[in-house]
Design a binder for this molecule. Structure first.
Ligand code: ATP
Length: 221
């Protein structure tokens, strides 16, 4: 699996639809793509777009304050846009996730009115689905797959448990940790439901006994 294409439209400085095609591996070796340009031309906005489409929620990481800061805000020649869209296309010919698809397209959209959506291969998805999919692909927004300025320093100075998070994603156990967390939540909810059911039974039981007595009396009569 590798990053095949990135399509950005209305995201930060990318008013026009911009498509970045990344080279496929050659002779078993992955390619390297460099993005060059003057200061402030939007190089880091590309890595922000990759983080964002993978579900990044922290506006600090995305170098903004409010979520709508990622929508193109207008320039001297063009007015502001109403929607930001980023599509990340992963080559899945090794069938690492969703084996029925040769390509996996993850889309994230945000509208100025606050509505937002995620799509996986054109079908609506939840943020949880994106997290699970990326965890299966061992590719996630928090991991070493996006190494930003200062990430290495941070990796050396964080606490051992935070450092373990990086290693968990690299080793592929994140998927199971997410599933375990979901199961634990379901279990807690089921225990709560059982508790409510038991309380209801205790409440209804005396009434039921009384009704039984009344039925017997009526039958005798
Ligand atoms: P440097 O080399 O200094 O790190 P860079 O090439 O990485 O810069 P970015 O930080 O990616 O540049 O881009 C900054 C530019 O993006 C600024 O010109 C800023 O005005 C523009 N920008 C950021 N958000 C928006 C937005 N919502 N609408 C329009 N332009 C935006």
């Amino acid at each position: 699996m590798y990053l095949k294409r990135l399509e950005v439209q209305g995201f930060k400085s990318f008013a026009q639809k911009t498509v970045l095609d990344f080279l496929p591996p050659k002779n078993g070796r992955f390619s390297i793509t460099g993005v060059v340009g003057p200061n402030g031309s939007g190089k880091s906005n590309i890595s922000d777009a990759i983080r964002w489409v993978m579900g990044e929620q922290s506006m600090k990481t995305l170098r903004g304050k409010k979520s709508e800061d990622v929508i193109f805000n207008g320039s001297a020649s063009k007015g502001q846009l109403g929607m930001a869209e980023v599509v990340l296309i992963l080559d899945n010919s090794d069938a690492r996730v969703l084996p029925e698809y040769a390509e996996i397209n993850i889309t994230r959209r945000l509208y100025r009115d606050g509505n937002s959506e995620y799509l996986v291969n054109g079908s609506p998805a939840r943020l949880f689905d994106i997290h699970l999919l990326l965890a299966k692909a061992q590719f996630a927004e928090n991991s070493y797959s996006v190494v930003g300025q200062g990430t290495i320093d941070q990796l050396l100075t964080v606490s051992p448990s935070e450092r373990k998070d990086f290693l968990d994603e690299a080793s592929g156990i994140k998927e199971f940790q997410i599933k375990r967390h979901q199961s634990q939540l379901k279990l807690t909810r089921s225990l709560e439901n059982m508790d409510t059911a038991e309380r209801l039974i205790t409440e209804v039981e005396p009434h039921l006994k009384m009704l039984h007595k009344q039925v017997k009396k009526l039958e005798k009569r």
